[in-house]
Design a protein around this ligand. Structure first.
Ligand code: AMP
Ligand code: MG
Length: 398
């Protein structure tokens, strides 16, 4: 059996090539940008008034006595006006082009109006309240580089440079497959020896967080239908995420089915808890990557986070964010397994403190709802309170 570190390394070494695709701007949130975005014009694209008020020629402002007759009004969204008499003014609205022959904007609050002219009541600085063309960015400047995850902030930038569609990394095609004769649909009332399917729903929901729309299937514990289903999905998908059927049980048929279908076993079983019977491999020809998690819901859930997520990040060429938290209490691991322990995180004096949540084991599905995430504890050792430990959040705790 291999260590968690070795298993992790082997998973990350197993890459998959993904292409790029063009998506609508409105569908690009959460996707990985695959093109360089440059400014298509100067930002701002013209000298822009930043206050509602009047635009004047600075040299004409000799005293507070000087009255500036109003020549017109420059509205945002209108072509540039021209000041004809240099001793006059043009009213300007925020966002309008500063009129030609003017060089200074004075906000209404610093003026007084009499009939058809304005006087200025305050000291004025030449060029005030103008956001100059190109002062933020010049045409051709690089605004966004490939590899970043698109958020609301980037969507604003993309919109302002006219990207109605954006080139992003294509996501792998994923099938989620649950297995087991004991499983019934959510809408059904289980018989005493049955349980409702939950893994496929959690996995599908987790994938939705990554904007991956997975197809969901189920297999009963029967070798021939397993082989038939798998061979079909191996040819249609880039990734299969399976749950159940990889342990030592008499009806755990997946490992032999993979073997018969030409899936190379990269490893089976890892020194970890939960999730020890994890099976990982890739189809020799189709290159389909197969993550086959043990069926206990917590094992599947943890396996997704510690293997599939970093693998997906690697495939999409983005960094996997690494978090740490402080242990709220000492922790001893007497086993030779890497442990993933569900925790609640509390902020004490600005420090994230993790307290382990006691569970009844890897089948404790309802316990998951109390987790903020889980910590990683290395084999054989004692960690003191306040030790920093790796942490995988499963919800937003900031
Ligand atoms: P297995 O890995 O197939 O031996 O399953 C281990 C345990 O997880 C059994 O108690 C199963 O009933 C349970 N289990 C397997 N698949 C699912 C699933 N999709 N949803 C909920 N529980 C499951
Ligand atoms: Mg099973």
């Amino acid at each position: 059996m291999i260590s968690y570190q070795e298993a992790y390394r082997k998973v990350l070494e197993t890459t998959l090539f993904v292409e790029n695709e063009e998506v609508a701007l409105s569908a690009s949130q959460g996707r990985i940008l695959a093109e360089t975005i440059v400014a298509d014009r100067d930002f701002p694209p013209f000298d822009r008034a930043t206050k509602d008020g009047i635009a004047i020629r600075f040299d004409a402002h000799r005293s507070t006595e000087h009255a500036f007759p109003i020549e017109g009004t420059a509205q945002a969204g209108s072509p540039q006006l021209v000041l004809k008499d240099l001793n006059s003014c043009i009213e300007v609205m925020t966002g309008a082009i500063v009129p030609k022959n003017t060089d200074t904007v004075v906000m209404y609050e610093h003026t007084s109006q009499q009939d058809h002219s304005f006087r200025i009541d305050r000291a004025v600085q030449k060029g005030q309240d103008i956001h100059y063309q190109g002062s933020d960015m010049s045409k051709g400047d690089v605004l966004l580089t490939p590899g970043l995850k698109i958020t609301a902030a980037e969507i604003g930038v993309l919109a302002s440079v006219g990207k109605a569609t954006v080139l992003v990394k294509k996501h792998p095609k994923v099938a989620v497959v649950s297995t087991g004769n004991e499983l019934v649909e959510v809408s059904e009332t289980p018989l005493p020896y049955q349980i409702r399917k939950s893994n496929a729903y959690s996995l599908k929901a987790l994938l939705e967080n990554e904007k991956i729309d997975a197809d969901v299937f189920h297999l009963v514990d029967d070798p021939s239908s397993i082989k038939k289903g798998l061979s079909d999905w191996i040819s249609k998908y880039d990734v299969l995420l399976l749950s159940g059927g990889v342990s030592k049980g008499k009806y755990d048929f997946l490992p032999s089915a993979f073997d018969e279908l030409g899936v190379e076993k990269i490893f089976h079983k890892v020194l970890q808890r939960p999730g020890k019977p994890f099976w990982f491999g890739r189809h020799n020809e189709k290159k389909t990557c197969i993550f086959s998690f043990p069926g206990n819901p917590v094992s599947t859930f943890v396996g997704y986070h510690v293997y599939f997520m970093p693998w997906l990040h690697k495939v999409l060429s983005v960094e996997t964010p690494k978090f740490t938290v402080f242990l709220g209490e000492p922790y001893t691991n007497t086993t030779d397994l890497t442990l993933f322990v569900g925790v609640k995180v509390e902020w004490r004096e600005g420090k994230p403190m993790a307290s382990p949540i006691s569970t009844t084991g890897s089948g404790d599905l309802t316990g998951l709802a109390q987790w903020d995430g889980f910590i990683q504890i290395e084999p054989q050792g004692t960690l003191a309170e306040n030790s920093l430990v790796p942490f995988v959040p499963i919800r937003n705790i900031l």
